[in-house]
Design a protein around this ligand. Sequence first.
Ligand code: AMP
Ligand code: MG
Length: 487
Amino acid sequence: MKALDELTFDNRFARLGDGFSTHILPEPLDNPRLVAVSPAAMALLDLDPAIAEEPVFAELFGGHKLWAKAEPRAMVYSGHQFGFYNPRLGDGRGLLLGEVYNDAGEHWDLHLKGAGQTPYSRMGDGRAVLRSSIREFLASEALQALGIPSSRALCVIGSDTPVWREKQERGAMLLRMAPSHVRFGHFEYFYYTRQPEQQKQLGEHVLAMHFPECLEQPEPYLAMFREIVERNAELIAKWQAYGFCHGVMNTDNMSILGITFDFGPFAFLDDFDANFICNHSDDQGRYSFSNQVPIGQWNLSALAQALTPFISVEALREALGLFLPLFQAHYLDLMRRRLGLTCAEDDDQKLVESLLQLMQVGGVDYTLFFRRLGDESAAQATARLRDDFIDIKGFDAWAERYQARVAREPDQDQARRKARMHAVNPLYILRNYLAQNAIEAAEGGDYEEVRRLHAVLSKPFEEQPGMERYAERPPEWGKHLEISCSS
Ligand code: AMP
Ligand code: MG
């Protein structure tokens, strides 16, 4: 275990120079205090979670103090927002404090979100509010616990600093961690500003730091792009299988590592709805739940365009062509597991599709359906679940097919089926109304609910006695919460 001042910094991105980021100091928050800390993220830095209670912790992550070896910098990037190219974005309210190595030799970017204005703030105040910081904190760590790759969150620091959104709120800072904060938009920036030298420098940096195995391939850039396509296909398959809606899949919010990144108005589905739009500001539904798949491919094409100086158009097209088949294979594999199926049959895809169609019209809770399906034998579980569906006849027909399918499985042991299914079907999910309850308590100065919810979601597959209320469907008020981009 390390003390806070024992972190080892090696700021490789900062060394790329002023063409890539701008040195700038965090603007401190008034009266900073710890709202929540993630023990799992602390462990990644070899830090003891208990030290988060010391005042110096809130001072460091509330912008008052800095390590001597930190080198806070705002990164420049651009990107496609809602389909339109925005030539200049960049860290408008976040700073890369530096890169830290842990004892295992892993490297983590420390990025302080809400740290004040930068040259990329445009009209913004450089701040993040408590509400959105708590949402990102809870989601990052919950996604990770579900096995869905994501940026991590070390802590949320609250404050008395007033921040104006639709109404007056309080400023907060979130310490985000990821092996890299390079986005698709970084490559787009250097491509569209016609800076081939810098683009090459960025490409070589990313290859060496994050895709070293690609350097051994005859065409390293192509190997890297293929890898990015593959990782995104797998990531989005996980989002779709677990009902995660990102909300703002602009290319500046897409990580080159294929991890869930920069999600604001995200949501996990309560009732299954393929057309669900979680971002209140997304009038056209560009980023609706089911659109995440074609948008994932669209975003990869935008990245491909930016990589045309390095890779032939032909090869880029071919690599892009891998996305859909890979997505489908991963998705079907995950859904088979969620249904308790261990071997593959040709009709499994149809079995999944018809279930989702029945759920779509039925208003069926997406998470609890799969959890309950694993509680008992296929026959018992479907008999119990049928009342949740509006098209009961349709569901009965599906249940018959499902039971016949389960009967062809090699392992018929019920205890093992349950263990297998519960290991992939969470009981607890970050529902919007649960986040909302925790946020309201925190805005009133009580951080217990955020901490408890975070703890429950860190073991989503494990039944936790006394925590039954976190596994419930949303109450009426919590079903259609409007989450906007303003954060
Ligand atoms: P986001 O919607 O958080 O992905 O942000 C899109 C762009 O707007 C990024 O360049 C952000 O840095 C910038 N931005 C968002 N909110 C603010 C803010 N309050 N102040 C300054 N820049 C912001
Ligand atoms: Mg962003």
